[in-house]
Unconditional design. Structure first.
Length: 529
């Protein structure tokens, strides 16, 4: 028994830890109460700095203490000379560094450090950059430090080229450094304002190539690569205009969601209408009799004041349909760049035939080059994606549905017809309804649709809807379609709510309900289970 170390039991150790925590907690609460009491009394002295220092050293996330500390520093600043203020805030920076060692991702620490540097008479930005370098070497995804670095770079005047070189070093040491890839995406637009791929040298893609050819399963480089290829924003413009004389309504569809106020001035009724376009299609009801009482030939001009876009069209006897923008053609330079990138990705796919990032990027490149010509290959790649990445099969199904709808719209425009047919295509979602403003007949039978979206009301010209053999559960998307005459919804899962029963009853009986904006169709035909 002699000479042996006595080993404490687990219960004894836990009890000692508990008592130690209680002791620390009591000391913390006591110091906290003393600090809050001093703040309530309006005391801004050295003792307040010392008390807050003790508390923040163990818990740097106590925001109230940082606020009080700033109040004290501002007061002391008025009592000291410039040199003393410099020393005061330099001491504060050293204290913050100690707190960052406790929690490198403390919101309070980084915010307070930014504030201190704004108060320093002579801030040392080189030292701050060095601090950022050290912190990022320990944790390359510390977004608090990245945000602070952007503040330092802006204040110190570090060039964009220097920061790009910094990201190159970090990415070179670790291709998975997602934060560095993201930082590059904020720097490149400053260096190369033109977003088109053909405006940038091919060397811009070499870093991405090196990354995903080295580790094709790392997503960081793929996200950056896809951003680099598709930097161009879709231009804001009017895609189509529909004017109904009998319905006394104007429908304007835009190429992208807008959250700004635009003016629409109709010359034929001399009325200025203000609308906020927060969706792709906005319906504007015109004053009663403003169209129907006029002669056949009238000029309609849509003024888009921000882009100075002016479009003219003539009204016919009933309505006018004007499609203004279609698919934009790629330039020769842009097409050659995308073609070269597609070839590189295909080479990688030969080495990694089941790499989901490569497959998805190839799909996007094919669609940018020739969506109809590559349709068969695209569908095959989607099938492979669902097999290699089953957890995201629903996402791939929705994306495939989106692309099939886009292709069908292109075919419909080329054929100049107003019939939209996508039956038996395994569709799981509906999109781009703003581009179907003039369609009169839609066939969506034998798909996997769960509902008709609320913005189905955009289809102002729709007369016939076929949606048999789906999984549609309600009729919500069918309300407010003024020209709808025939609906076929056989073999679905429709649960008739009070509103949907009222909707169908009104269509058959011709009795107009007060709660529904629905025209009286005595000859409407519904085919439902």
């Amino acid at each position: 028994m002699h000479g042996r170390v006595k080993i404490k039991s687990t219960a004894q150790q836990e009890e000692e830890k508990r008592k130690e925590k209680e002791k620390k907690l009591k000391a913390f609460v006591s110091a906290r109460d003393a600090v809050l009491k001093k703040r309530s009394a309006g005391e801004h002295d050295e003792e307040a700095l010392q008390l807050t220092r003790q508390l923040l050293s163990s818990n740097p996330d106590f925001a109230t203490l940082w606020n009080y500390r700033r109040e004290v520093l501002l007061h002391l600043e008025t009592l000291r000379e410039k040199d003393e203020v410099q020393k005061l805030y330099e001491s504060e920076l050293h204290f913050i560094e100690a707190c960052l060692k406790v929690n490198p991702k403390s919101y309070g620490c980084w915010h307070h450090r930014t504030w201190v540097n704004t108060r320093l008479p002579q801030p040392d930005w080189t030292r701050e950059l060095g601090l950022c370098d050290r912190c990022l070497s320990l944790d390359e995804r510390n977004f608090h430090c990245w945000d602070y670095r952007r503040v330092v770079v802006k204040a110190s005047g570090v060039s964009v080229e220097q920061e790009l070189q910094f990201t190159d070093r970090l990415i070179g040491s670790n291709f998975s450094n997602y934060s560095s890839w993201h930082y590059r995406s904020t720097l490149l637009p400053q260096l190369h304002p033109q977003p088109a791929p053909d405006s940038a040298p091919n060397t811009k893609y070499e870093l991405s190539h090196n990354a995903f050819f080295t580790d094709p399963n790392d997503q960081s480089a793929w996200f950056y690569y896809r951003w680099l290829l598709g930097r161009a924003e879709r231009e804001e413009m009017i895609s189509c205009v529909y004017v109904s004389r009998e319905g006394e309504r104007v429908s304007v569809a835009f190429s992208k969601p807008l959250c700004k106020v635009y003016n629409m001035y109709s010359l034929f009724i001399h009325t200025l209408m203000h609308k906020i376009f927060n969706c792709l299609c906005q319906l504007c009801d015109l004053p009663p009799g403003s169209i129907s009482d006029m002669s056949n030939e009238h000029n309609l001009t849509i003024h888009w004041t921000e882009k100075h876009t002016h479009r003219d069209c003539n009204l016919d006897d009933l309505h006018v349909c004007v499609c203004i923008c279609g698919r934009s053609e790629l330039s020769v330079e842009k097409s050659s760049v995308l073609q070269a990138e597609l070839q590189s990705c295909n080479q990688l796919l030969e080495l990694e035939p089941q790499n989901k990032w490569c497959l998805l990027t190839i799909i996007l490149l094919m669609r940018a080059l020739d969506p109809l010509g590559h349709e068969k290959e695209t569908l095959a790649h989607f099938q492979t994606l669902k097999e290699v990445d089953p957890m995201r099969s629903t996402y791939y199904s929705d994306l495939c549905s989106k692309f099939l709808i886009e292709n069908t719209i292109l075919k419909m425009e080329y054929a100049e017809v107003r019939v939209f047919s996508l039956s038996n295509k395994n569709l799981t979602t509906l999109c781009h309804l703003d581009q179907l403003l003039f369609v009169t007949h839609i066939n969506l039978s034998s798909n996997q649709l769960l509902r008709l979206p609320p913005h189905f009301a955009m289809l102002q010209c729709l007369e016939v809807l076929e949606a048999d053999d789906n999984a549609i559960e309600n009729l919500e998307g069918l309300y407010h379609l003024p020209k709808l005459e025939e609906v076929s919804l056989r073999n679905n899962r429709i649960l008739f709510s009070k509103k949907s029963k009222c909707f169908i009853r009104n269509c058959f009986s011709g009795v107009k309900s007060q709660c529904l904006v629905w025209p009286c169709f005595k000859d409407s035909v519904f085919f439902i289970n």
